[in-house]
Design a protein around this ligand. Structure first.
Ligand code: SAM
Ligand code: DTB
Ligand code: SF4
Length: 335
């Protein structure tokens, strides 16, 4: 069994990235097989329950008020509508329903509806995940009491590159929220984005920050930047030859996440739509074992269910039905 370590050094992680590609892939696949069934991939579905008008200035995001992306701001969806959408996801075979809100943080007045949504989605036998921005310890406790299974809050990049992408909240703010989520007993989902113009060293720093948290996140989403016109990064990268992260470098990042965080679910997240099937296959080989399904992420398009069914058939993959190795609490017992 692989040893679970939270004392990785940047040098060790840089050395992983530097391995010959086939050697890196082999090592990642070995770790993957030791802890996960390599032919099983978890299916998660996303829904934006409150879109646009976000006061934060994340340079990649179509939902920031600072972006001129054409995404219209809307209010928090009705509980009933959210539950209808969750039912569709369940029928399509999804295991987890992830709900995102374009907030800096939830307001007290939003919490009763959020709690009702968590309870309702959970009662359908789906795992619940929310991403609502920063959380206070009290809000994290309220969500835990409602039965929330996972909270997503990404560190996004290395501490150094983070500051070049977001100015309205710090990496420390993000780490504080992760600690509040962890202390409340909710499973942690935290990852970031590759392809924002960061260096290899930043990708090493990104994996280092996650893999040296006191406890590894149960889920680690690795997104490839979806360049959206009207966002700082979307516009910047559209004008440079760096427009898209090199597939091999993306796979290296997935492999480094797998090797350093052996028990975590590594999610091949945004950006799949513009990736070839071969590149996605390499990600699964490198230890990615979770994806977002459906034809929409939060605001950006995603490979639809038909394309994914065809991909799974081609690769001989099947949806994960059991539990993740790291889960902190039992699920599917509606409260
Ligand atoms: N407002 C909440 C927050 O930031 O915590 C939740 C929603 S936010 C959209 C969730 C994550 O999606 C971000 O942290 C970022 O990692 C990812 N994301 C957002 N826009 C993206 C894009 N254009 N391409 C890739 N990933 C993106
Ligand atoms: C994560 O890491 N990726 C998801 C989820 N967590 C919330 C969001 C991806 C968003 C992609 C851009 C969009 O749809 O606007
Ligand atoms: Fe707001 Fe989240 Fe988008 Fe940042 S990533 S602008 S916090 S919705």
């Amino acid at each position: 069994m692989t040893q679970i370590r939270t004392d990785w050094t940047r040098d060790e992680i840089a050395a992983l990235f530097d391995l010959p590609f086939t050697e890196l892939l082999f090592r990642a696949a070995e770790v993957h097989r030791a802890h996960h069934k390599p032919d099983e991939v978890q299916l998660c579905t996303l829904l934006s329950i409150k879109t646009g008008g976000c006061p934060e200035d994340c340079g990649y995001c179509s939902q920031s008020v600072k972006a001129d992306s054409g995404v219209e701001a809307s209010k928090l969806m009705d509980v009933r509508e959210v539950l209808q959408s969750a039912a569709r996801a369940k029928n399509a075979g999804s295991q987890r329903f992830c709900m995102g809100a374009a907030w800096r943080n939830p307001k007290e007045r939003d919490m009763p509806a959020i709690v009702e949504i968590v309870k309702g989605v959970r009662a359908m036998g789906l795992e619940t995940c929310m991403t609502l921005g920063m959380l206070s310890p009290k809000q994290a406790d309220m969500l835990a009491e409602a039965g929330l299974d996972y909270y997503n809050h990404n560190i996004d990049s290395s501490p150094e590159y983070y500051e070049r992408v977001i100015t309205t909240r710090t990496m420390q703010d993000r780490l504080d929220t992760l600690e509040n989520v962890r202390s409340a007993g909710i499973n942690v989902c935290s990852g970031g984005i590759v392809g924002m113009g960061e260096t290899r060293e930043d990708r090493v720093g990104f994996i280092h920050t996650l893999s040296t948290l006191p406890q590894h996140p149960e889920s680690v989403p690795v997104n490839a930047l979806v360049p959206v016109k009207g966002t700082v990064l979307g516009d910047l990268l559209a004008d440079t030859p760096l427009a898209k992260i090199d597939d091999i470098e993306f796979v290296r990042t997935v492999a480094a996440a797998r090797i350093t965080m052996p028990l975590s679910m590594v999610r091949l997240s945004a950006g799949r739509e513009s990736m070839s099937e071969a590149a996605q296959a390499l990600c699964f080989m490198a230890g990615a074992n979770s994806i977002f399904t459906g034809d929409k992420l939060l605001t950006a398009p995603n490979s639809g269910d038909d394309a994914d069914a065809a991909l799974f058939a081609r690769l001989g993959l099947k949806p994960l039905e059991g539990e993740e190795p790291m889960r902190a609490c039992k699920i599917a017992e509606p409260v």
